[in-house]
Design a protein around this ligand. Structure first.
Ligand code: PGA
Length: 269
Protein backbone atom coordinates (compact mmCIF):
# COMPACT_ATOMS: atom_id res chain seq x y z
CA UNK A 1 0.00 0.00 0.00
CA UNK A 2 1.39 3.42 -0.83
CA UNK A 3 1.66 5.98 1.92
CA UNK A 4 -0.97 8.29 0.49
CA UNK A 5 -0.73 10.90 3.20
CA UNK A 6 -4.33 10.24 4.17
CA UNK A 7 -5.57 11.90 1.00
CA UNK A 8 -8.76 10.55 -0.50
CA UNK A 9 -8.30 9.55 -4.16
CA UNK A 10 -10.27 11.48 -6.74
CA UNK A 11 -11.09 10.45 -10.29
CA UNK A 12 -12.54 13.13 -12.55
CA UNK A 13 -14.06 12.69 -16.00
CA UNK A 14 -13.47 15.46 -18.50
CA UNK A 15 -16.01 14.90 -21.27
CA UNK A 16 -14.71 17.96 -23.18
CA UNK A 17 -17.06 18.96 -26.03
CA UNK A 18 -18.61 15.49 -26.15
CA UNK A 19 -21.93 14.18 -24.76
CA UNK A 20 -23.16 17.66 -23.92
CA UNK A 21 -26.76 17.61 -25.11
CA UNK A 22 -29.04 16.84 -22.16
CA UNK A 23 -30.16 13.42 -23.38
CA UNK A 24 -26.65 12.13 -24.06
CA UNK A 25 -25.24 13.59 -20.85
CA UNK A 26 -28.01 11.92 -18.87
CA UNK A 27 -27.35 8.63 -20.63
CA UNK A 28 -23.58 8.62 -20.03
CA UNK A 29 -23.93 9.72 -16.41
CA UNK A 30 -26.48 6.96 -15.80
CA UNK A 31 -24.18 4.43 -17.46
CA UNK A 32 -21.25 5.47 -15.25
CA UNK A 33 -23.46 5.16 -12.20
CA UNK A 34 -24.56 1.65 -13.24
CA UNK A 35 -21.02 0.48 -13.97
CA UNK A 36 -19.77 1.73 -10.60
CA UNK A 37 -22.65 0.04 -8.84
CA UNK A 38 -21.90 -3.20 -10.69
CA UNK A 39 -18.36 -3.07 -9.29
CA UNK A 40 -19.68 -2.39 -5.79
CA UNK A 41 -18.25 1.14 -5.85
CA UNK A 42 -20.10 3.81 -3.91
CA UNK A 43 -18.41 7.22 -4.20
CA UNK A 44 -20.80 8.52 -1.52
CA UNK A 45 -19.03 6.53 1.17
CA UNK A 46 -16.03 8.12 2.90
CA UNK A 47 -13.76 5.08 2.34
CA UNK A 48 -14.27 5.21 -1.43
CA UNK A 49 -12.63 7.37 -4.08
CA UNK A 50 -14.35 10.62 -4.91
CA UNK A 51 -15.74 10.70 -8.47
CA UNK A 52 -16.52 13.88 -10.41
CA UNK A 53 -18.12 13.99 -13.88
CA UNK A 54 -17.53 17.15 -15.92
CA UNK A 55 -19.93 17.43 -18.89
CA UNK A 56 -20.31 20.52 -21.08
CA UNK A 57 -22.45 23.23 -19.43
CA UNK A 58 -25.52 22.14 -21.37
CA UNK A 59 -25.32 18.65 -19.92
CA UNK A 60 -24.90 19.59 -16.26
CA UNK A 61 -28.51 19.59 -15.17
CA UNK A 62 -29.42 16.40 -17.01
CA UNK A 63 -26.33 14.55 -15.78
CA UNK A 64 -27.20 15.77 -12.29
CA UNK A 65 -30.64 14.17 -12.56
CA UNK A 66 -29.03 10.85 -13.45
CA UNK A 67 -26.66 11.14 -10.48
CA UNK A 68 -29.26 12.11 -7.87
CA UNK A 69 -28.57 10.47 -4.48
CA UNK A 70 -25.59 8.57 -5.90
CA UNK A 71 -22.59 10.21 -4.23
CA UNK A 72 -21.15 11.03 -7.65
CA UNK A 73 -20.41 14.71 -8.06
CA UNK A 74 -20.63 17.14 -10.95
CA UNK A 75 -18.07 19.58 -12.24
CA UNK A 76 -17.90 22.17 -15.02
CA UNK A 77 -15.04 22.41 -17.49
CA UNK A 78 -14.47 26.13 -17.06
CA UNK A 79 -16.09 29.21 -15.57
CA UNK A 80 -16.18 32.94 -16.08
CA UNK A 81 -14.59 34.58 -13.02
CA UNK A 82 -16.95 37.58 -13.07
CA UNK A 83 -20.11 37.39 -10.96
CA UNK A 84 -22.64 38.66 -13.53
CA UNK A 85 -23.18 41.26 -16.20
CA UNK A 86 -22.72 42.03 -19.88
CA UNK A 87 -20.33 39.17 -20.72
CA UNK A 88 -21.84 37.34 -23.67
CA UNK A 89 -21.19 33.64 -23.46
CA UNK A 90 -19.94 33.77 -19.89
CA UNK A 91 -21.11 31.36 -17.21
CA UNK A 92 -20.44 32.33 -13.61
CA UNK A 93 -19.53 30.22 -10.59
CA UNK A 94 -22.92 30.92 -9.02
CA UNK A 95 -24.68 29.72 -12.18
CA UNK A 96 -22.65 26.52 -12.14
CA UNK A 97 -23.46 25.90 -8.50
CA UNK A 98 -27.11 26.44 -9.37
CA UNK A 99 -26.84 23.87 -12.13
CA UNK A 100 -25.50 21.31 -9.65
CA UNK A 101 -21.74 21.60 -10.17
CA UNK A 102 -19.51 21.45 -7.11
CA UNK A 103 -16.24 21.48 -9.04
CA UNK A 104 -14.75 23.28 -12.04
CA UNK A 105 -11.77 22.37 -14.17
CA UNK A 106 -9.65 25.51 -14.51
CA UNK A 107 -6.75 26.23 -16.84
CA UNK A 108 -6.98 23.06 -18.92
CA UNK A 109 -4.32 23.15 -21.64
CA UNK A 110 -7.05 23.24 -24.29
CA UNK A 111 -8.38 26.43 -22.70
CA UNK A 112 -4.87 27.83 -22.57
CA UNK A 113 -3.79 26.83 -26.08
CA UNK A 114 -7.01 26.84 -28.11
CA UNK A 115 -8.79 29.72 -26.38
CA UNK A 116 -5.72 31.74 -25.47
CA UNK A 117 -6.19 31.80 -21.70
CA UNK A 118 -3.16 33.17 -19.92
CA UNK A 119 -1.89 32.65 -16.38
CA UNK A 120 -3.66 35.79 -15.17
CA UNK A 121 -7.03 34.55 -16.42
CA UNK A 122 -6.44 31.20 -14.75
CA UNK A 123 -5.63 32.96 -11.47
CA UNK A 124 -8.88 34.95 -11.60
CA UNK A 125 -10.85 31.76 -12.24
CA UNK A 126 -9.26 29.83 -9.39
CA UNK A 127 -9.90 32.72 -6.99
CA UNK A 128 -13.49 33.23 -8.17
CA UNK A 129 -14.29 29.53 -7.95
CA UNK A 130 -12.95 29.21 -4.40
CA UNK A 131 -14.71 32.34 -3.29
CA UNK A 132 -18.03 31.07 -4.60
CA UNK A 133 -17.62 27.64 -3.04
CA UNK A 134 -16.80 25.80 -6.26
CA UNK A 135 -13.75 23.55 -5.96
CA UNK A 136 -11.18 24.10 -8.74
CA UNK A 137 -9.31 21.31 -10.48
CA UNK A 138 -6.38 23.41 -11.61
CA UNK A 139 -4.54 21.99 -14.64
CA UNK A 140 -0.85 22.59 -15.23
CA UNK A 141 1.58 20.96 -17.63
CA UNK A 142 4.33 21.49 -20.13
CA UNK A 143 4.38 21.04 -23.92
CA UNK A 144 6.67 18.55 -25.66
CA UNK A 145 9.07 21.34 -26.65
CA UNK A 146 9.24 22.60 -23.10
CA UNK A 147 9.89 19.12 -21.80
CA UNK A 148 12.61 18.47 -24.39
CA UNK A 149 14.25 21.72 -23.35
CA UNK A 150 14.32 20.54 -19.72
CA UNK A 151 11.85 23.22 -18.69
CA UNK A 152 9.11 21.10 -17.13
CA UNK A 153 9.56 22.43 -13.59
CA UNK A 154 10.06 25.99 -14.78
CA UNK A 155 6.79 25.92 -16.74
CA UNK A 156 4.74 24.04 -14.16
CA UNK A 157 6.17 26.23 -11.41
CA UNK A 158 5.24 29.39 -13.32
CA UNK A 159 1.69 28.21 -14.00
CA UNK A 160 1.26 27.15 -10.39
CA UNK A 161 2.71 30.32 -8.88
CA UNK A 162 0.42 32.46 -11.02
CA UNK A 163 -2.69 30.41 -10.30
CA UNK A 164 -2.14 30.33 -6.53
CA UNK A 165 -1.33 34.02 -6.19
CA UNK A 166 -3.33 35.64 -3.43
CA UNK A 167 -4.69 32.40 -1.96
CA UNK A 168 -4.49 31.46 1.69
CA UNK A 169 -3.17 28.27 3.24
CA UNK A 170 -6.68 26.90 3.68
CA UNK A 171 -6.96 26.64 -0.13
CA UNK A 172 -4.59 23.66 -0.08
CA UNK A 173 -7.39 21.48 1.21
CA UNK A 174 -10.01 22.89 -1.17
CA UNK A 175 -8.37 22.86 -4.56
CA UNK A 176 -6.97 19.96 -6.54
CA UNK A 177 -4.10 20.25 -9.00
CA UNK A 178 -3.98 18.05 -12.10
CA UNK A 179 -0.58 17.58 -13.66
CA UNK A 180 -1.34 17.16 -17.36
CA UNK A 181 1.64 17.17 -19.71
CA UNK A 182 0.26 18.59 -22.95
CA UNK A 183 2.04 15.95 -25.06
CA UNK A 184 0.21 13.19 -23.20
CA UNK A 185 -3.32 14.56 -23.66
CA UNK A 186 -5.37 12.65 -26.21
CA UNK A 187 -2.25 11.15 -27.76
CA UNK A 188 -2.30 7.67 -26.26
CA UNK A 189 1.21 8.44 -25.04
CA UNK A 190 0.91 8.67 -21.26
CA UNK A 191 3.76 9.92 -19.08
CA UNK A 192 5.85 7.45 -17.13
CA UNK A 193 4.23 7.12 -13.69
CA UNK A 194 7.54 7.82 -11.93
CA UNK A 195 8.04 11.02 -13.95
CA UNK A 196 4.49 12.18 -13.21
CA UNK A 197 5.00 11.42 -9.51
CA UNK A 198 8.15 13.49 -9.47
CA UNK A 199 6.33 16.50 -10.92
CA UNK A 200 3.47 15.95 -8.46
CA UNK A 201 5.97 16.03 -5.58
CA UNK A 202 7.36 19.29 -6.97
CA UNK A 203 3.84 20.76 -7.20
CA UNK A 204 2.98 19.76 -3.64
CA UNK A 205 6.22 21.09 -2.23
CA UNK A 206 5.96 24.44 -4.01
CA UNK A 207 2.27 24.93 -3.24
CA UNK A 208 2.89 24.22 0.45
CA UNK A 209 5.80 26.59 0.54
CA UNK A 210 4.03 29.42 -1.27
CA UNK A 211 0.76 29.18 0.63
CA UNK A 212 2.46 28.49 3.93
CA UNK A 213 0.18 25.60 4.80
CA UNK A 214 0.17 21.85 5.15
CA UNK A 215 1.24 20.60 1.73
CA UNK A 216 0.17 17.06 2.65
CA UNK A 217 -3.44 18.23 2.29
CA UNK A 218 -3.13 19.04 -1.40
CA UNK A 219 -4.36 16.40 -3.81
CA UNK A 220 -2.47 16.12 -7.07
CA UNK A 221 -3.89 14.12 -9.97
CA UNK A 222 -2.28 12.92 -13.17
CA UNK A 223 -4.00 13.42 -16.53
CA UNK A 224 -3.02 12.50 -20.08
CA UNK A 225 -4.06 9.27 -21.83
CA UNK A 226 -5.13 7.54 -18.63
CA UNK A 227 -7.08 4.36 -19.30
CA UNK A 228 -8.03 1.25 -17.35
CA UNK A 229 -4.91 -0.57 -18.54
CA UNK A 230 -2.43 2.02 -17.21
CA UNK A 231 -4.31 3.58 -14.28
CA UNK A 232 -2.84 1.24 -11.69
CA UNK A 233 0.69 2.37 -12.52
CA UNK A 234 -0.18 5.98 -11.71
CA UNK A 235 -2.25 5.19 -8.66
CA UNK A 236 0.55 3.11 -7.19
CA UNK A 237 2.57 6.31 -6.86
CA UNK A 238 2.18 7.77 -3.38
CA UNK A 239 2.45 11.31 -4.78
CA UNK A 240 -0.49 10.86 -7.17
CA UNK A 241 -3.97 11.00 -5.68
CA UNK A 242 -6.04 10.14 -8.71
CA UNK A 243 -6.63 10.91 -12.35
CA UNK A 244 -8.25 13.41 -14.68
CA UNK A 245 -9.55 11.31 -17.56
CA UNK A 246 -10.56 12.55 -21.01
CA UNK A 247 -11.12 10.03 -23.79
CA UNK A 248 -11.50 7.00 -21.53
CA UNK A 249 -14.19 8.75 -19.50
CA UNK A 250 -16.60 8.53 -22.45
CA UNK A 251 -16.74 4.74 -22.01
CA UNK A 252 -18.61 4.05 -18.78
CA UNK A 253 -17.08 0.62 -18.10
CA UNK A 254 -13.58 1.81 -18.87
CA UNK A 255 -14.00 4.80 -16.58
CA UNK A 256 -15.44 2.64 -13.78
CA UNK A 257 -12.39 0.37 -14.05
CA UNK A 258 -10.17 3.41 -13.44
CA UNK A 259 -12.18 4.26 -10.34
CA UNK A 260 -11.76 0.65 -9.20
CA UNK A 261 -7.99 1.04 -9.58
CA UNK A 262 -8.18 4.16 -7.39
CA UNK A 263 -10.00 2.20 -4.71
CA UNK A 264 -7.35 -0.55 -4.75
CA UNK A 265 -4.77 2.10 -3.97
CA UNK A 266 -5.95 2.22 -0.35
CA UNK A 267 -3.96 4.02 2.33
CA UNK A 268 -6.54 6.62 3.30
CA UNK A 269 -9.99 6.86 4.89
P1 PGA B 1 -7.11 12.32 -22.30
O1 PGA B 1 -7.44 13.80 -21.78
O2 PGA B 1 -7.40 11.38 -21.13
O3 PGA B 1 -8.04 12.10 -23.44
O4 PGA B 1 -5.68 12.29 -22.67
C1 PGA B 1 -7.13 14.19 -20.46
C2 PGA B 1 -7.50 15.63 -20.27
O5 PGA B 1 -7.38 16.42 -21.22
O6 PGA B 1 -7.92 16.03 -19.17
Amino acid sequence: MPEAGGRRPLVAANWKMNRGAPAEARELAAAVRRELEALGLDPGRPGEPEVVLCPPYTGLAAAGEALARSGLELGAQDLDPRPAGAFTGGVSAAMLLGAGARWAIVGHSERRLVYGEDDAAVQRKVAAALQAGLRPILCVGETAEERDAGRTEAVVGRQLAAALAGLEAAALGRLVVAYEPVWAIGTGRAAQPEDAAQVAAFIRERAGRWLGGDAAELRVLYGGSVKAANAEGFLRQAELDGALVGGASLEAAEFAAIVAAARRRGGWG
